[in-house]
Design a protein around this ligand. Structure first.
Ligand code: GLU
Length: 451
């Protein structure tokens, strides 16, 4: 069959939209990948005839289940839980669990789709999956969270396994929730196995897993700047979010000589013109993680800072920007504003924080722009290392893991260069990441035949 007989990008996307009604985030994620892959596939008949992209964009399965739990007042509460197992061509399904009221099937399908390419980019044998629930942990007691996690795992346990599907944390799921879920898994199955990552150090967790996503994003950023013979010394950084990814990205920026100006949460952002140094970052970590407080209170502790309610920080002039909060938090106009203010580089710590308009703006401006599937892969990479340590019943030293993380991020950067170098000094990291991730999964799928 001649290549010209194959469906074109708009027809392909029409089909994706038709088969996934009311799933805008999923359609958006597929569109962003398909734009690059259609160009790449032009002269690659096998990928077309074997319908590889169509198959990757159709999850292997989506499990949806009821999660019933009792709150502290004795009310029966009903939430919906999901596990999306997108693709296991190169390894067991792997990806986090998100607890947030915004979670829908569309959100988890987009995340599982993205995860498939991200995990491939790490070079480790991990397929793509994602799970979660519309449960809102905000304002819940620890006992309520424990009961919810136990109920969630009471269904999830039958779908996962160390060689089947290995969930981890994501928004609303940290070490505490992983503990509750691992405890319940072990209780039901009587099996102590590496079925979750992000575990505590005493029970099979890996050093630097907590830091890995944020640190990795900054390593990637440093790699990008190095292509222009620049580094982070003296650079100003605007960061969104104030959770695990944002605070560790901030920490690494400071360690590498940069100055962090902002952090944010769903209430707004704080701007500290003096820079958010390590002491202030430690305050934010304690405040957000242990006290479960709001970023707004930063200005009481550090009065030189200002709080801007209900806004994202993209209007603050900076050299580099790291969106580390959530999907679609940086829109086309924000991207235009960053560029107008002289921003040179953007590295995504969150998954799909930039909307399609914003992606196109960054690409057209030819700035250094790394999509989350490349720059935030450090978290899942160390999860992959945690899996290896569990299988081998050993644990690596911190220096070894730090080096492995750095090497993996440099490896991803190299893969992006291999497929994204457009000549004239411009590297399209979106294209590079999409093609490198796709090719690895696609070639494995070709080997398996029509399954
Ligand atoms: N939730 C993280 C991500 O988006 C980590 C997933 C994992 O460690 O499995 O990549």
């Amino acid at each position: 069959m001649a290549v010209s007989d194959h469906v074109d990008l708009p027809t392909f996307m029409e089909g994706v939209k038709k088969r996934n009604p009311y799933q805008p985030e999923f359609v958006q994620a597929v569109q962003e990948v398909a734009e690059d892959i259609f160009e790449f596939m032009q002269d690659k008949e096998e990928y077309h005839s074997q319908q590889i992209l169509r198959r990757i964009a159709e999850p292997d399965r989506v499990v949806s289940f009821r999660v019933c739990w009792e709150d502290d007042n004795g009310n029966i509460r009903v939430q919906r839980g999901w596990r999306v197992q997108n693709n296991n061509a190169i390894g067991p399904y792997k990806g986090g669990i998100r607890f947030h009221p915004s979670v829908t099937e569309s959100v988890l399908k987009f995340l599982a789709f993205e995860q498939t390419f991200k995990n491939a980019l790490t070079g480790l044998p991990m397929g793509g999956g994602k799970g979660g629930s519309n449960f809102n942990p905000k304002g819940k007691s620890v006992r309520e969270i424990m009961r919810f996690c136990q109920s969630f795992m009471t269904e999830l346990y039958r779908h996962i396994g160390a060689d089947i599907d290995v969930p981890a944390g994501d928004i609303g799921v940290g070490g505490r929730e992983i503990g509750f879920m691992f405890g319940q898994y072990k209780r039901i199955t009587n099996n102590f196995t590496g079925v979750l990552t992000g575990k505590g150090l005493e029970w099979g967790g890996s050093l630097i897993r907590t830091e890995a996503t944020g640190y990795g994003a900054v390593y990637f950023l440093a790699n990008m700047l190095a292509t222009k013979s620049e580094d982070l010394t003296g650079k100003t950084a605007v960061i969104s979010g104030s959770g695990n990814v944002a605070t560790h990205a901030a920490e690494k920026i400071v360690q590498l000589g940069g100055k962090v100006l902002t952090l944010s949460d769903s209430g707004g952002y704080i701007h500290d013109p003096d820079g958010i140094d390590q002491e202030k970052i430690d305050w934010v970590k304690t405040h957000k993680t242990h006290r479960r407080g709001r970023i707004e209170e930063y200005v009481t502790a550090f009065p030189k800072a200002t709080f801007v309610a209900g806004k994202t920080p993209w209007g603050v002039p900076c050299d580099v920007a790291l969106p580390c909060a959530t999907q679609n938090e940086l829109l086309g106009d924000d991207a235009r504003m960053l560029i107008a203010n002289g921003c040179k580089a953007v590295a995504e710590g969150a998954n799909m924080p930039t909307d399609l308009d914003g992606v196109h703006v960054f690409k057209a401006a030819k700035i250094l722009y790394a999509p989350g599937k490349a720059s935030n892969a450090g978290g899942v990479a160390v999860s992959g290392l945690e899996m290896s340590q569990n299988s081998e019943r050993r644990s690596w030293k911190e220096e070894e893991l730090q080096q492995m993380l750095k090497d993996i991020m440099s490896g991803i950067h190299k893969s992006c260069l291999a497929y994204g170098d457009q000549g004239g000094g411009y590297i399209d990291y979106v294209k590079g990441a999409n093609i490198a991730g796709f090719k690895k999964v696609a070639d494995a799928m070709l080997a398996f035949g029509v399954v």
